[in-house]
Design a protein around this ligand. Structure first.
Ligand SMILES: NC(=O)CC[C@H](N)C(=O)O
Length: 330
């Protein structure tokens, strides 16, 4: 991306009705704190405070509505898979799909079973194996791919303090057995061009980026805005590409619970084991909810709850609305 022109810098939201709604949802989501478990298979994530909750909603005209711990950076983990995919599609285009599939896996994000039976081609770019193949493309294209992704995350979020957390990176590296198994299996099938260690390091570094709900809602707003980045005003990806990334998020962004989430929320979304979930309302807004405690599929309990409440209220939203609220909880 080139010099930012800052056409629509995010600013505190101008609609009191929308801010009140975001506050109300955050308040209600706190009732879900205490359910679920913080991810501990990556030891550096185990000491996250399960009582944290943040919510940020960024409208396409650059109004930002936040509540709770929306400004607190957390480990973005699998949310990075959206940025990795966007970047790989920019550099490689549709040839990427020769080596990664487009269908939901119906399996946990770190499962190895289908990889063996399906010739080392991962089902989609949002499970670990798929993102490792995407990372392989970036290792081929850039001298320092994770630094490049960090720079892009900084530009898209407008926050120069976004960085890779080396403690998390080291922790993922030390506990890499399952991801390494997937990578070696794909290497054996001829589906990795570069050395396994180099690809894994890139993949882990991207997972270890630290960003806040605010950063993520702003950075991923391009998916709600036909590919146009909010902070620069430039097209980050073409409109058709944004549409396809949203489609993949809808079908595969929530791991093996993608169908449940689509049924309950009905928005393209991507989650990470750091407890963040980003959801997109195409043409309108991007939303990030975060709370570290996860359900059995690896999706944040309170963040899912908040996004359900957001989805319920969306039909009532219009830019000029003066009153706005979600229906009472079932
Ligand atoms: N679902 C996730 O967020 C998983 C990402 C994590 N870094 C892993 O490789 O397992």
């Amino acid at each position: 991306m080139t010099t930012p022109s800052h056409t629509a810098r995010p600013r505190p939201g101008s609609s009191p009705a929308l801010q009140a709604w975001v506050d109300e949802i955050a308040e209600r989501a706190r009732s879900r704190l205490g359910t679920g478990r913080v991810a501990d298979y990556i030891p550096a994530l185990a000491d996250q405070d399960p009582e944290r909750f943040g919510l940020a909603l960024c409208t396409n005209d650059g109004n930002l509505y936040t509540a709770g711990d929306a400004g607190m950076p957390f480990s973005i983990q699998s949310l990075s898979k959206v940025l990795l995919l966007s970047l790989a599609l920019r550099t490689h285009g549709d040839v990427l799909w020769r080596r990664v599939g487009l269908n939901p896996s119906g399996m946990p994000f770190n499962s190895l079973m289908q990889l063996e039976t399906e010739g080392g081609k991962p089902r989609n770019p949002f499970i670990n194996a798929g993102a490792i193949v995407v990372a392989d493309h970036l290792v081929s294209a850039f001298a320092t791919p994770s630094k490049h992704l960090q720079d892009i995350a900084r530009t898209l979020s407008g926050n120069p303090r976004v960085l890779i957390d080396h403690e998390v990176l080291g922790s993922e590296w030390r506990h890499r057995a399952r991801n390494a198994a997937a990578a070696y299996l794909m290497k054996a099938f001829g589906n990795l061009d570069n050395e396994v260690d180099e690809v894994l390091e890139t993949y882990f570094a991207c997972c270890a980026l630290r960003m806040s709900c605010r950063d993520l809602a702003v950075a991923l707003n391009y998916l709600a805005a036909d590919g146009r980045a909010l902070t620069t005003g430039e097209r980050f990806v073409p409109p058709a590409m944004a549409q396809r990334i949203n489609a993949l998020m809808f079908t595969s962004g929530m791991y093996d619970a993608a169908g449940d989430f689509a049924y309950r929320v009905g928005l393209p979304a991507k989650s990470g084991v750091g407890g963040g979930i980003v959801a997109i309302v195409p043409g309108q807004m991007s939303i990030c909810a975060w709370s570290p405690a996860l359900d059995a599929s690896g999706n944040s309990v309170a963040a899912q709850y908040a996004l359900e409440r957001v989805a319920e209220g969306l039909g009532r939203w219009s830019p000029g609305a003066t009153r706005f609220s979600s229906p009472p909880a079932p």
